[in-house]
Design a protein around this ligand. Structure first.
Ligand code: UDX
Length: 431
């Protein structure tokens, strides 16, 4: 089947490369001239496991092409996926202007029978909004159907998640169109849930908000564990054996970040407020997340001896989680900014995004490796769970610090081992 994908960000690019891998003819459009040119040469601009290989495979088989502008992509497509960004507006709602622009642009050139699918995370009601924009802009309602097919891709594992999904959700009032979309996934083993568009859109928000709630919940439990001398690792393990709870998303840390959770939780709260539907729980999730960042700043302040002015802090890890080069809404970066505001000198190291972080945060120095970051510092803060931080020469780290203190905001290291090395160790929720 001929597929058009609008937007070559991490969702659009993964969708394009994976559909080509599954045997479809895919044209992926973006507005960035340089991005399109580089992609046609096989240069993938994001860090995503397995993606460069699939893009190379798609280009070689000619099942994958990149073009400039949505119109050029949709001309003979049977299914069009909208994968453009939906940034957070000032009031917390999702900004749909990019989706609207594309719908207006393509309305006049769609083939009869085309299914237009929203894959970006769009607020409840957006599928109908896209249908309306398309009709207003010249597409005949009887010719073009709109569906929602939300993605559940984790950054860093997006290719794996696309090809091995837990479920495929298709929201569409027209069963024939839903079948055309589900046909694209024929080679993928997964339950397919066909539902109405609003429920499909809600599934995406409810899933992300639930996971964010789990993270805030375990962060709150971790803080309580510190107060009552319990160990959150033991607590999470004991909770996780209950299959109704499960082991995943019970890692305390510096608070959730990334391109999805903060934006989606804010957007869902905004939707609830608009609908006059009480959702204080979500406001609490956001509040706990904000407070968690501050709590880590306090731990670092204590590690540095009680004050950040004049202190030198080594920060290990700047991305919002390990395995990605994404700095969007990164708690590590937010904490770094707070440290600088409070007068600390901060030397950071990140294996994937150090230079970009330095450009985003004025005053942040970037070191070539974790040892250089630690040299002469008063405290080391582990803010992203990159595996390499587990396997360092900690004798060398201790000897190079002015004051051997570690704040492990990801509970990555073994507290007993760190104390044996001679560090003052502070994790999150650990005895
Ligand atoms: C998330 C969803 O998992 C994915 O289904 C959705 O489509 C997009 O948003 P992603 O943003 O890539 O994916 O990150 P994820 O791995 O889910 O982690 C989100 C944030 O929560 C990160 O900042 C991570 O560090 C934090 N987290 C996650 C924790 O602090 N503790 C945990 O136990 C799990």
């Amino acid at each position: 089947m001929k597929v058009a994908v609008i937007g070559a960000g991490y969702v659009g690019l993964t969708t394009s490369a994976c559909f080509a891998h599954l045997g479809h003819d895919v044209v992926c459009a973006d507005l960035d001239v340089e991005r399109v040119a580089r992609l046609n040469k096989g240069e993938v601009p994001i860090l995503e496991d397995g993606l460069p290989e699939l893009v190379a495979e798609g280009l070689a088989s000619r099942r994958l092409r990149f073009v400039l502008g949505a119109t050029n992509a949709v001309l003979d497509a049977g299914v069009v996926f909208l994968c453009v960004q939906t940034p957070e507006s000032a009031d917390g709602s999702a900004d749909l202007s990019f989706v609207e622009d594309v719908a207006r642009e393509i309305a006049g050139v769609l083939q009869p029978g085309t299914v237009v699918v929203t894959k970006s995370t769009v607020p409840v009601g957006s599928t109908r909004f896209v249908q309306r924009v398309l009709s207003e802009s010249g597409a005949r309602a009887e010719d073009v159907t709109v569906a929602s097919n939300p993605e559940f891709l984790r950054e860093g594992q997006a290719v794996h998640d696309f090809l091995h999904p837990d479920r495929i959700v298709i929201g569409c009032d027209d069963p024939g169109a839903a079948v055309r979309v589900s046909d694209l996934y024929r080679k993928v083993q997964s339950p397919v849930l066909v539902t109405d568009p609003a429920s499909a859109e809600m599934i995406k928000y409810a899933s992300n908000a639930f996971l964010a709630t789990k993270v805030s919940f375990i962060n709150a439990i971790a803080n309580l564990c510190e107060a009552v001398d319990a160990d959150v690792r033991e607590v999470a393990l004991g909770m996780g054996y209950d299959p109704r709870i499960g082991f995943q998303f019970l890692q305390p840390g510096p608070g959730y970040g990334g391109s999805c959770f903060p934006k989606d939780v804010a957007a869902l709260l905004h939707t609830a407020n608009q609908a006059d539907s009480d959702f204080e729980l979500l406001a609490g999730v956001i509040q706990v997340n904000r407070a968690q960042r501050e709590r880590i700043v306090e731990k670092i302040t204590n590690g540095a001896g009680g004050s950040l002015s004049e202190a030198v802090v080594a920060v290990w890890g700047l991305t919002f989680k390990a395995g990605t080069d994404d700095l969007r809404e990164s708690s590590a970066l937010a904490i770094t900014r707070r440290l600088l505001e409070q007068g600390a000198a901060v030397r950071g190291y990140d294996p994937a995004a150090g230079e970009r972080a330095a450009r985003e945060v004025p005053g942040l120095d970037i070191a070539a490796d974790p040892y250089e970051a630690a040299a002469g510092a008063d405290v080391v803060a582990v803010l992203t769970e990159w595996d390499q931080f587990r396997w360092l020469d900690f004798d060398r780290v201790r000897d190079s610090l002015r004051n051997p203190a570690i704040v492990d905001a990801r509970n990555l290291l073994d507290p007993a081992a760190m104390r044996r090395y001679g560090f003052r160790y502070d994790g999150v929720g650990r005895r």
